[in-house]
Design a protein around this ligand. Structure first.
Ligand code: SAM
Length: 249
């Protein structure tokens, strides 16, 4: 396992479908609801194609994207080129590993990265160190408690059963990835000096849908997913969980 350049085309191919639109809308909404009401310095560790950075920059925050994959940085550069100058100016792209990143940030994001890291501990340690005391960590991870849901809802019974038994996503269609759980990640962060403030489920109903939807319908879907992602038991069976933690002051 581990992120390699050959995963980029497969990842980018899925970044404009319904599931991706829902994910970015929900994560941005949760973040903006928790960030202080002033422009923040944000680090997006493994920020890839900078879609999340652009959404935060549009809300007035300054974002440093750190990513070791040159193809993802190229994609980020292309995405930024299509933005207003004010948004472009608030996003900085750094080609490199999070281990080499320096500084102290109001908010440190790490979205859909831990799934490609064999051992999450070194990265979590680094992420907490990059967060200023009292600052926020935003982590989006694959929900290991509900790993069979996608295959099951897609009607692939054998794959769902194999995934349930293995405790990870099984199936040739998928990038090799490692799930986490809210309990384990929350415990690791607490031990590192950051307490979970809130967590949401991301994609309860739409994870297995490949099609796109437009305008008003998308707004309804996002609102439905937002409401479900806040509540038990729905959030517990979402594909992803979005955890926001606060570093001890
Ligand atoms: C699935 S993509 C997610 C991109 C983006 N965060 C998003 O949410 O769409 C995973 C990203 O993690 C990056 N990555 C992998 N290992 C990393 C590391 N050690 N430090 C920083 N980024 C890393 C990859 O280069 C890739 O861009």
């Amino acid at each position: 396992m581990g992120w390699t350049a050959d995963l980029v085309p497969a990842y980018l191919a899925h970044t404009r479908n319904l599931a991706s639109s829902v994910r970015f809308a929900l994560v941005t909404r949760a973040l903006l609801g928790n960030l202080p009401d002033r422009p923040c310095e944000v680090m997006d560790a493994g920020g890839g194609h900078a879609v999340q950075a652009i959404m935060l920059a549009r809300a007035g925050h300054r974002v440093t994207v750190v990513d070791p994959d040159p193809l993802m940085i190229d994609e980020a550069r292309a995405n930024l080129a299509g933005q207003d100058a004010a948004v472009r100016d608030r996003v900085r792209l750094v080609h490199g590993h999070v281990d080499d990143a320096a500084g102290e940030f109001d908010v440190v994001c790490c979205h859909s990265v831990l799934a490609y890291v064999e051992d999450p501990q070194p990265m979590l340690t680094r992420l907490v160190a990059l967060t200023r005391p009292g600052g926020l960590l935003s982590i989006l991870a694959l929900n290991g408690d509900a790993i069979a849901m996608r295959s099951g809802l897609s009607g692939d019974w054998a794959e769902a059963l194999a995934s349930l038994r293995a405790g990870r996503q099984v199936g040739a269609r998928y990038l090799s990835s490692r799930p986490d759980t809210v309990g384990d990640l929350g415990g690791r962060l607490a031990a590192l000096g950051a307490q979970v403030r809130t967590w949401h489920g991301v994609r309860v109903f739409t994870d297995h849908i490949d099609d796109d939807v437009s305008g008003a319908e998308l707004a309804d879907v996002v609102e439905l997913e937002w409401q479900a992602g806040l509540r038990d038991p729905y959030r517990g069976v979402a594909r992803l969980f979005h955890l926001i933690a606060e570093r001890d002051a």
